[in-house]
Design a protein around this ligand. Structure first.
Ligand code: SAH
Ligand code: SF4
Length: 340
């Protein structure tokens, strides 16, 4: 049975047409689900009982459970249990411009990046669309505030779960859905080149972030298995094509790992690689974890790296460290739970 939170408005319109109803009913249902956030069809006062009963028997309304919360000053981290007992997590961040939510797209990840907890635990399965949508709804109702931007940067490789992630974006961006502006939605990928072209051809104006993390193939091969399939030159070509096609600036993520990719030479090589592109670089202080023998670069090294990029005309910022005390990085809370 399909879950109601995984249905796009268009599919719901088709459903109503199929059962011989008017398609604007889909709009009303969307308003209940996403604008009034009323999950119980019995309370949908403008929809007649016969249709409510039909919807109740045709769709599942079950959602994941919040089983743990951790908090820091500007961060809340949630661990969810799915109906098959798997775990995922989401992180809320309070910024001066609003509240952003980092959502997971898979249970674990198959990309196997050397520095990442989610990759260490491997992919168990893709998340269903409703399991992604629910992360937002459950957290909004927990914090009693609206999420203003969404980053798909939690556990998983979103482009390895393409269809469900695209439906998720459709539903949360829908003006009658959660109405989160398309430019307030960011998708981060490790760089599956053909999927970047598929995304480009969707012609949506989301923010794309690319986990580059290295200025050359030698270093990137050591950190990211995906580089052995799609190397830096193929990835840069795809990013250039994506920028040309969408006219959007792309974010380049670069996690700062001590004595691995943080030298001044690396900065200069990176500047050279990205010269003239409509990008900006986000330097991410590495969030250390118990199981992985990698360390974060010193603050001084990071600021020197940043200055070296700037001196070459590259736009660059250093990511504010959110929630490192509460294991906020990709997959760390889940990994603790799985180990128990
Ligand atoms: N799979 C996608 C999105 C999820 S990971 C991707 O790789 O882009 C989101 C970001 O967190 C990536 O840039 C990833 O490299 C980074 N990341 C993973 N583990 C981290 C850690 N321990 N500390 C800091 N950043 C980390
Ligand atoms: Fe997967 Fe992203 Fe972690 Fe790599 S960094 S293992 S792609 S979640």
């Amino acid at each position: 049975m399909k879950n109601i939170y995984g249905i796009t408005r268009e599919s719901l319109e088709n459903y109503f047409l199929e059962i011989g109803e008017k398609k604007f009913k889909a709009l009303q249902v969307f308003e209940w689900l996403y604008q009034k956030e009323e999950a119980n069809p019995d309370n949908w006062s403008n929809i007649k009982k016969e249709i409510r009963d039909k919807i109740k028997s045709d769709f599942s309304f079950s959602v994941p459970k919040i089983i743990r919360r951790e908090r820091d000053t500007l961060t809340r981290k949630y661990l969810f249990q799915l109906s098959d007992q798997n775990y995922i997590e989401a992180v809320v961040m309070y910024h001066d411009y609003g509240i952003s939510l980092c959502v997971s797209s898979q249970v674990g990840c198959n990309m196997g990046c050397a520095f990442c907890e989610s990759g260490r635990l491997k992919k168990v399965r893709n998340l269903e669309t409703f399991e992604m949508v629910s992360q937002i709804l459950l957290i909004e109702s927990d914090i009693k505030m609206r999420i203003s931007s969404v980053v798909i940067m939690g556990i998983g490789e979103p482009l390895d779960n393409f269809r469900n992630v695209m439906n998720f974006i459709n539903i949360i961006n829908d003006a009658k859905g959660l109405a989160i502006g398309i430019r307030h939605i960011t998708l981060s990928t490790s760089g599956i080149v053909p999927k970047i072209y598929d995304l480009m051809n969707m012609d949506i104006q989301i923010n794309l972030a690319i986990s580059l993390h290295a200025p050359n193939d030698e270093i990137r091969n050591r950190l990211m298995k995906v580089n052995k399939v799609y190397n830096i030159s193929q990835l840069i070509t795809a990013i250039r094509d994506y920028i040309a096609h969408t006219n959007r600036r792309v974010t380049i993520e670069y996690v700062m790992l001590k004595e691995i990719n943080d030298s001044e030479d690396c900065a200069l090589e990176l500047a050279n690689l990205l010269k003239g592109m409509n990008i900006y670089v986000n330097l991410i202080p590495y969030n250390e974890t118990n199981h992985i023998n990698l360390s974060k670069s010193d603050a001084k090294t990071i600021s020197n790296f940043c200055a070296a990029l700037k001196s070459k005309g590259i736009n660059v910022t250093i990511r504010k460290e959110f929630g490192s005390k509460i294991s906020a990085a990709c997959g760390q809370l889940r990994s603790k739970e799985v180990e128990k």
